[in-house]
Design a protein around this ligand. Structure first.
Ligand SMILES: C[S@@+](CC[C@H](N)C(=O)[O-])C[C@H]1O[C@@H](n2cnc3c(N)ncnc32)[C@H](O)[C@@H]1O
Length: 269
């Protein structure tokens, strides 16, 4: 096996990992007595990282999920990178009910994983969708919402979006980048949100919208288009200079889950 090169992660990622861990620990206790509870990590990574702040090795989201006090009934880890997948296999070799897949999670989730979390089978899933950038398809988000049995934590990659897909001058956006945005957003309605005449001198002039407006429009899509009942305002994950890199969303059908996440987000803000 090629020697694994672990990712170096910033504060914002450690922060995200803490939020996920707190939620999983709290919610698994409630759900486990009534349902089979499944953990899905679609952009799983190697299971370990190096902290940029301390230089120490820190557990990634799959390892945190494996090590919680009341384990999930099944774990599904997906990553595109073969070296990371081998490391994940190594980390989970002593655990039962762990399924590891190498490939594009946009296909694997729909074909192999979501069918194991059917509402009518009394199964419920917590799915982490944690891409670096615009590598996720809306069809996955929408399917999770329609199934009513899957709740998601979702990273909305605002930095990638601002650098590549929504620029001050829309003519500088390549069609390939616009397409990545459309695939993630689900349709071309992002263009109407991204460029608006609000605050412009003339009505036919359009300017680039701010991050919060885009994030709020996406939150509404999770409710109105994907069919999630509860979507708290996302938390902004920022780098040390204060620039927002991601918005972390949570989307669920359960009021109690929304309440737990709302409290966790509040305590982290
Ligand atoms: C941000 S990292 C995941 C970090 C991990 N969730 C954690 O918190 O420990 C994103 C991962 O997604 C993987 N990846 C990128 N595109 C992918 C795809 N289409 N399907 C599955 N994995 C993908 C990358 O190899 C990388 O390991």
């Amino acid at each position: 096996m090629e020697k694994p090169k672990l990712d170096i992660i910033g504060d914002w990622s450690e922060y995200k990992l803490q939020i996920l861990k707190k939620y999983a620990e709290a919610y698994v206790k409630i759900v486990k007595s009534r349902f089979k509870y499944i953990y899905i990590d679609a952009f799983a990574g190697a299971g370990m990282h190096i902290s940029k702040t301390t230089g120490d090795i820190v557990s990634g989201s799959p390892l945190n999920a494996l090590n919680i006090e009341f384990p999930f009934d099944e774990y599904h880890f997906i990553d595109l990178d073969g070296v990371k997948v081998e490391l994940l296999k190594d980390l989970s070799k002593d655990k039962s009910s762990v399924y590891i897949y190498q490939g594009d999670c946009n296909e694997i989730l729909l074909d192999k994983v979501f069918p194991r979390v059917k509402y009518e089978d009394y199964r419920r899933g917590l799915c982490l969708l944690d891409p670096y950038g615009l590598h996720l398809n809306w069809s996955v988000i929408k399917k999770a919402g329609e199934m009513k049995s899957v709740e998601i934590f979702l990273n909305f990659p605002i930095m990638d979006i601002n650098m590549n897909a929504i620029k001050r001058n829309p003519e500088k956006v390549t069609s390939e980048q616009a397409m990545r945005m459309t695939r993630y957003w689900g349709d071309e309605s992002w263009k109407d949100v991204a460029y608006s005449s609000n605050g412009m001198l003339f009505e036919d002039m359009k300017g680039k919208t701010d991050n919060e407006t885009l994030a709020e429009a996406f939150r509404k899509r999770l409710i109105n288009d994907a069919g999630f009942k509860i979507v708290p305002k996302p938390i902004a994950l920022k780098n040390t200079t204060g620039a927002t890199l991601y918005y972390l969303y949570f989307a669920s059908q359960a009021n109690v889950a929304g309440k737990i996440v709302g409290d966790i987000f509040k305590s982290h803000n």
